[in-house]
Design a protein. Structure first.
Length: 165
């Protein structure tokens, strides 16, 4: 799925799909909801350990966004408490405890991260039910995989556009 005038090409991590009913496009960005692919097929059951929801919001990046840190992501989550931070992946990530988030059925603990690509801020979050493996390192790896695949697809598309001109 593409956003921001085709400059961001969102690619879901393995086992996840973009829910076509839960996306929004605008010229300057958009929003997408990613869920386990099996949950888009009502006839199939999926285990609670695989349940998760990833949100992606894309919008114009500001001058200060180019060097995002976990501390800045935490600052943009009023009322949240920092549980853990990760700076060893492709994007800074924070695991937050935020009891008043609005993801119904999800644990108050969730992952958030952000990166800048093609002058767009891409903010991601992963929510899962209490006890899900996705609230641990698996969730951080899913967001890292989404980031890597999105960067690769977006850069490759840019190169293809440059070569055709």
């Amino acid at each position: 799925m593409s956003f921001a005038s085709e400059t961001i090409h969102l690619v879901a991590p393995d086992g996840f799909c973009i829910d076509p009913k839960m996306t929004g496009h605008r010229a300057e960005g958009g929003f997408a909801l990613l869920v386990p692919c099996a949950s888009l097929r009502p006839s199939l059951n999926f285990t609670s350990r695989n349940r998760a929801m990833i949100t992606v919001a894309v919008g114009p990046a500001g001058p200060a966004d180019s060097t995002l840190s976990g501390a800045e992501i935490l600052e943009n989550a009023p009322g949240a408490k920092l549980v853990a931070g990760r700076n060893d992946l492709m994007l800074p990530l924070v695991k937050l405890d935020m009891p008043d988030h609005r993801a119904r059925g999800a644990s108050p603990i969730h992952w958030r991260g952000a990166f800048v690509l093609n002058e767009q801020l891409v903010a991601v979050a992963l929510y899962a039910p209490e006890g899900s493996a996705n609230l641990g390192n698996r969730g951080a790896r899913l967001l890292d995989e989404l980031t890597a695949k999105t960067l690769e697809a977006s850069v490759t598309a840019d190169l293809d556009t440059d070569e055709s001109q």
